[in-house]
Design a protein around this ligand. Sequence first.
Ligand code: AMP
Ligand code: MG
Length: 338
Amino acid sequence: MQTLHLTDSREDLQRAAALLRDGELVAIPTETVYGLAADALNGAAVAAIFKAKGRPADNPLIVHIAHRAQLDALVADIPPMAEALAQAYWPGPLTMIFRKAACIPNEVSAGLPTVAVRMPSHPIARQIIERSCPLAAPSANRSGIPSPTDAKRVAEDMDGRIAAVVDGGTCEVGVESTVVDVTGDRVRVLRPGAVTVEMLKQVVGEVEVDDAVLHQLKKHAVAASPGMKYKHYAPNARVVLVKGSPSAYAQYVNTHAADGVVALCFDGEESTLSVKALTYGTRNDHAAQAHRVFEALRELDECGAKIAYTACPSPDGIGLAVYNRLLRAAGFEVIELD
Ligand code: AMP
Ligand code: MG
């Protein structure tokens, strides 16, 4: 299959929408990361997403809508706290898990009684949904590796496997949406993102954070969000998270300098290191870290890194999302220095 490379021109967006209406796969930019989209109500089209990505069949997908009215047909009910969160943060990087309506194909929900829905804010994603239909879309990477935050990375993973990629430049946020379960008594965070725990609390008061956000699932434990149990976001290089002050981190890296050792550190701290360094934002700028982290993980492989000692971000605000992704990229391998 020849993959079309489309722009954000009117004509190209119409073409992308037409392909989606025909049951084809199209990668689209969103404000979080690039998504690999298909018509959410077409089970065969959605099944093709799993094949193109090599995604485990039991890992459900998020349905993307452009207008609040589209939600009603997709879900069995809308709890008041979900209504309040939608008011506050849609369109934006917040996914909510509802009890699903009968029209949701099993391929989307991976057999669960629930469906995840989000309304992206990216103008290209919104225009494509408006011209087609609600779209099921996971991140547009091959399963297991870092999510793509520009069209070039999508093409590296997906050329020849999908009908088209729409180039919308670099994704602003850089990490996937916050995922919350709104089917229980309290809002529960299953995956942290740019809509932070603090932001959720401002709207609904109490918020729970699922154990799997910061801890490895115990063997045989049932994942609240199936995506949490898989190896995720990992480059070929072995990633090791190193927790400690800037000087403790530098000392650790410098005493472990060897062939293939690369430091993934904060901007401005490279000069303290005796090995090749890649950076992912300054130490205190969590938004910049989120924006850079997946691209930096991909760059590790391009520079031939075998092991990447990675400076640990602080888990505040959107920093929790960065930490959550790096923990998984590292397979939970963390060294605590002080
Ligand atoms: P991705 O599509 O790669 O951004 O990942 C979507 C995330 O949302 C995965 O971690 C899924 O397991 C999770 N997810 C999607 N639908 C549901 C659902 N119905 N219940 C729980 N988690 C879900
Ligand atoms: Mg993904």
